[in-house]
Write a protein that binds this ligand. Structure first.
Ligand code: MN3
Length: 234
């Protein structure tokens, strides 16, 4: 069942959309195939013990779906209906707060599920080299990212980002903002993200966000991070 879900996920335009979206500056609108609520790609219990099934079910089927539904309602009657999310985010300050918040919630969770996997492989060599070049070592990158996730005040997201000038950096954003947004303090292409809203971990980890952040490294999909970097630099 897991395998079939995974195959269907990579085979659909739904999952391709965020990858296309990440490189939207180069690919333009031609690849846009509409806003779709994506498949999760693995069973709710697949990430246990690191992320528990109940949290995954609520997070995907209630929180993520809720953002998607509210975004679609907010987008109705505006040009956001026919624009890829990265293009909306590039001028998000011109849209309503609902498009910013719910569009961010829709898109950020899609990126987040994609960069999780129950069957983690090694860090691809060229990704490892990029992380070493920018952070000194893989360990130092993980420490920097982990600290951003652990110390971000309140609800938000931690990010590994590719800047316009080709450098990798770590940032965090409040609420459902992301580095693609014109109003983000530090802008670029997202390569890896971690949701640090309490709904992402509270059932299993309660107030211990740091334990959740440390556990995250066991389920990071390095292949996807590598693919996003490759697509963004192609
Ligand atoms: Mn969330």
């Amino acid at each position: 069942m897991k395998r079939r879900n995974f195959v269907s996920l990579v085979g659909t335009s739904v999952l391709a959309a965020p990858f296309i979206g990440v490189g939207a500056c180069a690919s333009g609108k031609g690849n846009f195939e509409g806003h779709v609520f994506p498949d999760l790609g693995f069973a709710y219990n697949a990430l246990e013990p690191y992320i528990d099934a109940r949290t995954m079910e609520l997070h995907y089927d209630k929180h993520h779906r809720g953002y998607f539904t509210k975004f679609m309602a907010a987008a109705e009657g505006t040009d956001a209906v026919n624009l890829p999310m990265p293009e909306i985010f590039a001028s998000v300050s011109k849209y309503s707060d609902s498009i910013r918040n719910n569009g961010g919630g829709y898109y950020n969770h899609t990126l987040f599920w994609e960069n999780l996997t129950p069957s983690q492989g090694p860090v691809p060599e060229s990704l490892r080299k990029a992380l070493e070049d920018n952070f000194g070592s893989l360990d130092e990158f993980q420490e920097t990212f982990g600290n951003a996730a652990k110390t971000h005040f309140g609800s938000g997201w931690a990010w590994l980002v590719l800047s316009q000038d080709g450098k990798l950096f770590v940032s965090s954003t409040p609420n459902q903002d992301n580095p693609l947004m014109d109003l983000a303090a530090e802008k670029g292409t997202p390569l890896l993200t971690l949701d640090v809203w309490e709904h992402a971990y509270y059932l299993n980890y309660q107030n211990k966000r740091a334990d959740y952040v440390d556990a995250f490294w066991n389920v990071v999909n390095w292949e996807v991070v590598h693919k996003r970097l490759t697509n963004a630099t192609a």
